[in-house]
Design a protein around this ligand. Sequence first.
Ligand code: URA
Length: 246
Amino acid sequence: MAKVPTARIDKLLSSMGYGSRSEMARLGKAGGITLDGAEVADVARRIPVTPDLPLRMRVDDEALDPVAGLVILLNKPLGMTCSHKEEGPLVYDILPRRWRRRDPAISTVGRLDKQTSGLLLLTDDGDLLHRIISPRRHVKKTYRARLARPLTGAEAAVFASGDLRLEGDDKPLAPAELRVLSGTEALLTVTEGRYHQVRRMFAATGNHVEALHRERLGGLTLPEGMAPGEWRLLTPAEVAQVFDPG
Ligand code: URA
């Protein structure tokens, strides 16, 4: 059985962004931290860090934030970026402010362009992140694309060929699957995550992507009714769906 990790309360709360260890010591003395209903004055105490801790611990009379190992599903809105290198508001701004100070830090699992919406995962679990984005895992990503010009009918074969080499890339793309929905709308499923991949794939066929939305990652679909900007934590069973063939 996996050993349950333990942590000092002041260190744990500090790593979750609540404040410095001395601030946590002050908060504990002032009665602002409780565990199983009892005040924790001694924040140097070590406790087991179990996933149910948010149900048992309160800080400033609020349930503790999720402990490390969290996975967030976000319906990324248009206009927000996944990278500090790009200009504009960051997807991290949607999350509670103190989560920016968490250690380990929360990162996006791959990236969506500023002008791409839809299913985006964020996690502080580096191993999981790498397993999802690893090209060896072939996790499928499905995008709904609205195009500037009508599809010609030749695109599906080009994308499925495994021979399409995008400008500037040294290797051809892995085969991808196109499902045409209408003259100017299609679902494209890819297993790689190259830079601006979907936009560049349609550009290679002489078209232009006007709107792009990610609907699916592996076997995990963006829930219907989840509004842009909405997010929630995923359960372990939902995380496992990412590795379902989809
Ligand atoms: N392909 C793109 O071109 N943009 C994205 O955001 C994702 C895939």
